[in-house]
Design a protein around this ligand. Sequence first.
Ligand SMILES: [Mg+2]
Ligand SMILES: [Zn+2]
Length: 178
Amino acid sequence: MKVLVLDRDGVINEDSPDYIKSVEEWQPIPGSIEAIARASKAGYTIAVASNQSGLARGLFDLDALTEIHDRMIEAVEDAGGRIDIITWCPHHPDEDCECRKPRIGLLMRIEQELGVSLAGQWFVGDSARDLEAARAAGMIPVLVRTGNGSKIENDIDRREVRVFDDLAGAVEELLKNA
Ligand SMILES: [Mg+2]
Ligand SMILES: [Zn+2]
């Protein structure tokens, strides 16, 4: 089973320092939806692993998050693909939970629910904690320059992390080797 794991904010949609609190604020990064659909149609199972501490901070509720995810799912379906599983951490960083990235709880949940190992699969993120979680789960860490990515690009070991301009670029490379 081929699985592509994605961070959400800064990878699929534009990020904001004020959090993405409503479906109105959820704006896909150009090309990202089509890229997900392309990977999906090429046989990849698509999984999303997202820190959403805005829930614990009271900035939005589960209904708003569900609405955002429904919109995201629908956009990918309209493009001819599908998102198979969306996982998120609802906790505040102070809660010291097992699911907030860089910890691997979300990745383990994906493995359990899909019944697969994520070892050797790509995890595309825009933050150091995505890359760290990827490594800890034995995945291939991939950085995109969208979102927070361009800011941390110079701090990472390029021999270890693959870097692309955006999700569309990452998926293009992924499918070359598929
Ligand atoms: Mg992000
Ligand atoms: Zn958590």
